[in-house]
Design a protein. Structure first.
Length: 279
């Protein structure tokens, strides 16, 4: 079904948009041009960035895509100065009370911590709402590997599932984080609202982290396979420069998605979910 959907998105919307603006998009250095999508209504639930037919040129082959919930959000992220220091925070729960285990998150956290042993690491029982919100103001890059949930009837009550409960979208959005640069949400369904009747409200975890101050956010449109999510995060960080600014996020994530597509060409549910928001 998803393969058919990606083809229909290409035929009815995405190819026509790219053809219409192609002359404005073509860069002079051979790098794929950037496009920012601001879908409205039910289109906000769909992977425009991955539109295309199998084994044929599609969106991933023509542009590097990002998303924004509103033009104001994008302008704010573009106008905000990049972080001046690289301070990482990793939050990972392979065991969450009342929810299935996520065994790959332990390896995901260990890999990140090995690359930067001095960074704060909050796992399982240590990953409480108080400790996470207390650590966020000191972090310029934050990585979350855990369960996430949506509340279809009250989107702002969805959030990240931590050891002692849910860190809600509303609570995250109330933060004012001066040095926030990159939030990587390696969790399920962090980039959409969960139900069509709320599709225009843009209330989801990705937009909450941007509202809190993060210039770049990596999120997902639907539940991720645990192992694929861990591998994608590991590949992403190996591609990113070790600098405070995270302005290579969109290009690095694009390369990760194309790599996953090459590994799983007939299984777009494993790679079409990943999305970037930001400048």
């Amino acid at each position: 079904m998803l393969t058919e959907l990606l083809g229909r998105l290409w035929d009815t919307a995405v190819e026509q948009v790219l053809d219409a603006v192609e002359q404005r998009l073509r860069p002079g250095d051979g790098v794929l041009p950037r496009v920012w999508w601001m879908p409205t209504g039910p289109l906000g639930l769909l992977p425009l960035h991955a539109a295309g037919h199998p084994a044929r040129t599609g969106a991933l082959d023509r542009v590097v895509s990002s998303y924004t919930p509103t033009l104001r959000t994008l302008a704010r992220a573009q106008g905000r100065p990049a972080a001046t220091a690289l301070r990482r925070l990793t939050v990972a729960l392979d065991r969450t009370p009342g929810l299935p285990d996520l065994p790959a998150t332990a390896a995901e956290a260990a890999s990140l911590h090995a690359a930067d042993p001095g960074m704060p690491l909050l796992t399982n029982e240590q990953a409480t709402a108080a400790r996470v919100t207390g650590a966020l103001p000191q972090a310029s890059w934050a990585h979350f590997a855990c369960h996430a949930g949506t509340n279809p009837d009250a989107p702002s009550e969805g959030g990240l599932h931590l050891h002692d409960g849910v860190l809600s979208i509303a609570e995250i959005g109330r933060r004012n984080l001066d040095e926030a640069e990159l939030a990587y949400l390696s969790a399920c369904s962090t980039g959409h609202v969960g139900r069509r009747r709320h599709a225009d409200e843009s209330i989801h975890l990705a937009s909450a982290f941007q509202l809190a101050g993060f210039r770049h956010v990596v999120a997902s449109l639907w539940p991720l396979d645990d192992r694929v999510a861990a591998d994608a995060a590991d590949h992403f960080y190996r591609l990113m420069p070790n600098t405070p600014a995270a302005d290579d996020t969109a290009i690095a994530l694009h390369r990760v998605i194309r790599h996953l597509r090459a590994e799983h060409p007939g299984r777009p549910h494993l790679w079409a979910s990943l999305v970037h928001s930001g400048p």
